[in-house]
Design a protein around this ligand. Structure first.
Ligand SMILES: Cc1cc2nc3c(=O)[nH]c(=O)nc-3n(C[C@H](O)[C@H](O)[C@H](O)COP(=O)(O)OP(=O)(O)OC[C@H]3O[C@@H](n4cnc5c(N)ncnc54)[C@H](O)[C@@H]3O)c2cc1C
Length: 301
């Protein structure tokens, strides 16, 4: 029986695992990869290297520690977490049945894709998914944001403060009535494209334009220095659905110590209802979750 199983090897899970090792817990990291979304790197045609806040130094340090400590990791997909008496069982895709006193869920969230031709080809080559991270690179540039919900609006707002022009493909009229929506409607450098359907992404080595169809079926092609897909995030929380409380966006509800409503089950990073999706936030939440789990485990150690 493990003291702790951490599921997910992104910034939150790596940090939680290293903190647990420092506490000398019998810990196992179960993950499909090491690094999570920090493995993505945006390539842009006008810039070779750039400084954005990626938190890579700390994530790579923890990652190499886990690469070295192979007994503390299992490269596998977790499928389900169940409670059995006073402990948890984590079942994995490879048929594993792992018993543990506590669990930290750090499985992140997946971006909702457009599923149009060109999206896969240009992913992270001028087509990207995190305006909050990359906005500072777009001073005086022309960008397109796809996504009219809260995430799309926040991303357009972030970019509008620096970019020459932002085209926002927004199908959610209600969102435009929020304070941020009204600000974007009034902004001189933002054009709203309502009732437009995305048809394709075009480019050469990099994405260069987005092809849309308007309500009348007319095709419009928007040239852009970058295209941001900011439709929504799908938290990878299904394996604890029915066990832990989730919010209306299927994010695991945690308190400020990363505790869920189930004693012994903790969650950290993008899979939770915590504020904002950033590497440094996920690292901090991972550390908190491990310390919190340690406190929970103390009477059993
Ligand atoms: C394209 C892109 C670029 C970004 N750039 C930046 C940036 O420059 N700076 C910044 O601060 N933030 C950036 N972000 C946001 C940042 O990457 C995330 O907020 C952060 O990675 C969240 O960390 P996490 O550990 O919660 O989740 P993730 O990084 O998503 O990691 C989740 C982990 O869980 C694993 N996993 C998922 N399901 C299972 C399962 N069933 N079983 C086992 N393992 C599983 C995955 O393999 C992965 O290892 C970017 C996001 C995207 C999408």
């Amino acid at each position: 029986m493990y003291d702790l199983i951490v599921i997910g090897g992104g910034p939150a899970g790596l940090t939680a695992t290293v903190y647990a090792i420092r506490k000398r817990l019998n810990v196992l990291l179960v993950s499909k990869d090491l690094g999570g979304k920090t493995n993505f790197h945006l390539a842009l045609p006008w810039i070779d290297t750039y400084q954005v806040i990626r938190g890579l130094e700390i994530v790579n340090k923890f990652r190499s520690e886990l690469e070295y400590l192979d007994f503390a990791r299992q490269m596998d997909a977790a499928e389900k977490v169940t409670r059995e008496g006073d402990h948890f069982v984590v079942t994995t895709k490879d048929g594993g049945r792992l018993e543990t006193k506590a669990v930290i869920l750090a499985t992140g969230a997946r971006q909702v894709r457009m599923d149009v031709p060109g999206e896969k080809e240009f992913m992270m080559k001028g087509l990207c998914y995190s305006a909050l991270s990359y906005a500072p690179l777009f001073i005086d540039k022309d960008v397109v944001v796809v996504g009219g919900g809260e995430l799309g609006l926040r991303s357009a707002g972030e970019l509008a403060t620096v970019a020459a022009h932002v085209n926002l493909v927004c199908q959610d009229e209600a969102a435009l009535k929020t304070p941020l929506g009204r600000k974007l409607v009034a902004a001189g450098n933002v054009t709203l494209l309502k009732a437009h359907e995305v048809v394709a992404v075009k480019g050469d080595e990099f994405a260069r334009s987005l092809v849309l169809k308007d309500a009348a079926g007319k095709t419009v092609e928007l040239a852009a220095d970058a295209i941001f897909v900011e439709q929504a995030l799908t938290p990878m929380s299904a394996m604890v659905a029915g066990l832990a409380a989730l919010d209306d966006r299927q994010r695991v509800i945690v308190d400020c110590a990363c505790k869920t409503n189930i004693p012994g089950l903790f969650a950290a990073g993008d899979v939770t209802n915590g504020y904002a999706e950033q590497v440094l936030i996920a690292v901090g939440e991972g550390a908190k979750a491990a310390l919190s789990a340690y406190e929970y485990l103390l009477p059993t150690l």
